[in-house]
Ligand binder design. Structure first.
Ligand code: SF4
Length: 118
């Protein structure tokens, strides 16, 4: 069984062919141009992850705070993470890199500010 993926590692968008065994387990991949694509292909068919970006409300401000997960999180946790982010209102001042959620949805991964709001 084969799967074709478009690598999301950079704008080149290499087409990667992934070979899976009868149980859907990773066997091999080809078509990537670098190790980022090679790693992406294996992760995408075993434990897919994504970096989540979102906007958070800031108390007493009309301007929202842009945030992202400090590392990619499991794809299955994306919508729950967005819900958690939506429910929280941060207090200014906030600086780029500040942790606004320590452990989003039990992933062990923080959500951090990507903008200054002074
Ligand atoms: S395999 Fe490498 S060069 Fe190709 S899209 Fe992915 S990151 Fe870019």
């Amino acid at each position: 069984m084969n799967r074709t993926l478009t690598c999301i590692g950079c704008p080149m968008g290499c087409q990667i062919e992934v070979e899976l065994d009868e149980e859907g387990k990773f066997v091999s991949s080809k078509g990537w141009s670098c190790n980022i694509g090679k790693r992406y292909a294996q992760e995408e068919v075993t434990a897919p992850v994504r970096t989540v970006t979102a906007l958070m409300e800031v108390a007493d401000r009309s301007e929202p705070l842009s945030v992202k997960t400090a590392q990619p999180i499991p794809k299955g946790k994306i919508f729950d993470s967005l819900e958690q982010i939506k429910k929280i209102k941060v207090q200014a001042p906030v600086h780029i890199g500040d942790i606004v959620i320590e452990n989003v949805c039990g992933t062990g991964i923080a959500v951090v500010a990507t903008k200054n709001i002074l």
